[in-house]
Design a protein around this ligand. Structure first.
Ligand SMILES: [Zn+2]
Length: 189
């Protein structure tokens, strides 16, 4: 792999508004021709993270303060958030990607924007909910369970070539597990 020259790579790094600290750097995806560990690659040219990421960048607003601003802003969705940032409608020291910047303090976009969290599996995970078994769940529907429920229920695979039935915990499904028969088939192909 041929890396960009130090100057080219630093220019890219300098331009990334949301990358302000070394910690940010390692959380972000970087172009293939820029090393993940520039401090090890560029030898004598390396002058530290401050230089690499841009001297003029300020520190981020603290989480609580930024979240307060977010709630008061009236922005109601992640998409509207990105638009507002792109239009310059927010303080410069509030990040475009708060979920990446605030790490442990970050909960989710609903919390960030002061929105009510949709309650049922049906509202939050429509793709999972559509595989809710229509007849084997004792009259219960996907509207009746919370996405993090540990309850084991029946599912009906939505792949028309499969149509398998299986039972699994709701929380497993919302955590990303799918039809065991389809995933087995994928693995053996
Ligand atoms: Zn299947």
């Amino acid at each position: 792999m041929d890396w960009l020259t130090f100057e080219e790579a630093r220019e890219w790094a300098n331009k990334q508004e949301d990358i302000r600290t070394a910690e940010d750097w390692f959380e972000w995806d970087t172009p293939k021709d820029i090393p993940r560990n520039p401090q090890l690659v560029y030898g004598d040219k390396w002058k530290g993270w401050h230089d690499w990421l841009g001297k003029e960048k300020k520190v981020w607003m603290p989480f609580d303060e930024a979240r307060e601003w977010a709630i008061a802003s009236g922005i109601v969705s992640m998409r509207a958030w990105y638009e507002a940032k792109a239009n310059g409608d927010m303080p410069e020291n509030i990040p475009r990607n708060p979920h990446r910047v605030y790490g442990d303090e970050w909960v989710n976009w609903y919390d960030w924007l002061g929105q009510e969290v949709p309650k049922s599996l049906d509202e939050l995970y429509p793709d999972v909910a559509k595989e809710w078994h229509p007849t084997k769940n004792e009259g219960r529907t996907a509207d009746d369970v919370k996405p993090k429920s540990g309850r084991k229920v029946w599912w009906l695979c939505s792949n028309p070539k499969c149509g398998a039935e299986w039972s699994a915990r709701v929380t497993g499904r919302t955590g990303g597990s799918g039809c065991p028969y389809c995933s087995k088939r994928k693995r053996t192909v």
